[in-house]
Design a protein around this ligand. Structure first.
Ligand code: NAP
Length: 336
């Protein structure tokens, strides 16, 4: 069955119902084989994936370069989403400063950052341009003002925010239509349900859940925090640590059991749950290998009944998952 498409936001951005998160091809989830990563991007296009997610900070820089190389000659077939928002060195060649002081959405910096992204991606426009984190030092109106200029200049087709809170979403949308919010949302991370999702629906903004597989945890194919090397994100992920790991594995058993009963995989159940939460939702599972990609894309064909949705909703409700989604330092960037 061909991969269906969905419309993100009210401005007409059509993308495949499941996108591909490319971050892990350059960081966070252990070593990557560049040839397999590029083959994964090409296979995704064959399977009907048209929505590719990257950011200036991934690598830094190398993830956009990789995606740009992989999409050479295929640019017209896909939509690219990238993000800005971190301080860089003047010549864009050194590492980014990813401390809280390193947030930088000053308009002049945003313009430079986007030019750098376009250069690395080998394109003259991106389809969706996100502010990666709200910068408390720069009013959101000024940030969205410059993003709107970039839309008028043809460098971005649509704009979005990531991990923005209610007030900033409203203020941003009043300046220029926001097409999508990209924030963490999955079976085990439901912080968006009480206020943010209703607000997105009120304003006609699409939702792009990141880490839709719980950074891999919901698939069950993971190890304990201490078994990952220090440069792997999971090494410092509170939900992968000690007693939290055991409690969360027990809680995720419902996902695994339902997968076994339906002849599916846990990753497919986690993605199908998101797709059934609304047709304004487009998850971007991350993988650097074709075998997982093929499995994840096939999740679009999985039907969940209302009873199955209720069972999944009740499996990992807010408050039962052990450990915060980010450590304190990472949480400091989240706008609430
Ligand atoms: N806006 C933001 O602040 C933000 C933050 C985080 C992520 N993101 C975006 O969201 C994307 C997805 O999030 P994420 O990568 O953090 O988390 P995720 O998609 O929840 O999980 C990725 C992990 O799951 C593994 N995996 C993928 N499919 C699998 C399958 N079918 N079976 C078993 N394991 C599977 C991957 O393995 P392999 O790597 O070995 O393939 C990787 O370790 C990222 O790529 C990035 O583009 C955005």
């Amino acid at each position: 069955m061909p991969l269906p498409t969905r419309i993100l936001g009210s401005q007409g951005l059509h993308v495949s119902a499941i996108g591909l998160g490319c971050m892990g091809m350059s960081q966070s989830y252990g070593p990557a084989d560049e040839r397999e990563a590029i083959a994964t991007i090409h296979r995704a296009i064959e399977l009907g994936v048209t929505f590719f997610d990257t950011a200036e900070i991934y690598g830094p820089f190398t993830n956009e370069q990789l995606l740009g190389r992989a999409l050479r000659g295929r640019r017209g077939q896909v939509s690219i989403a990238t993000k800005f928002g971190w301080r860089t060195t003047a010549d864009h060649s050194e590492s980014l400063d990813i401390t809280p002081a390193g947030l930088d959405s000053r308009p002049e910096h945003v313009r430079e950052a986007v030019d750098g992204s376009l250069r690395r991606l080998g394109t003259d426009y991106v389809d969706l341009l996100y502010q990666h984190r709200v910068d408390p030092a720069v009013p959101i109106e000024d940030v969205v003002g410059v993003m709107a200029d970039l839309v008028r200049a043809g460098k971005a087709r649509y704009i979005g925010l990531s991990e923005a809170g209610e007030q900033n979403i409203r203020r941003a949308h009043a300046v220029h239509p926001i097409t999508a919010l990209q924030s963490e949302y999955s079976l085990w991370e439901r912080n968006l349900e009480p206020a943010i999702i209703p607000l997105l629906r009120e304003l006609g903004i699409g939702l792009v859940p990141f880490s839709p597989l719980g950074r891999g945890f919901l698939t069950g194919a993971v190890r304990r925090a201490e078994e990952y090397p220090a440069d792997d994100f999971r090494h410092g992920d509170p939900r992968y640590e000690g007693a939290n790991f055991d409690a969360n594995m027990r809680a995720a058993a419902t996902v695994r059991d339902m997968a076994a009963n339906k002849g599916a995989t846990p990753a497919q159940i986690a993605l199908a749950w998101l797709l059934h939460k609304g047709d304004d939702i487009v998850p971007i599972p991350g993988t650097k290998r074709r075998v997982y990609l093929e499995e994840n894309v096939a999740a679009a064909n999985i039907e969940l009944s209302a009873a199955e949705m209720r069972e999944l909703d009740a499996a990992l409700p807010p408050g039962t998952v052990a450990g915060p989604r980010y450590n304190e330092g990472q949480m400091a960037f989240v706008d609430r």
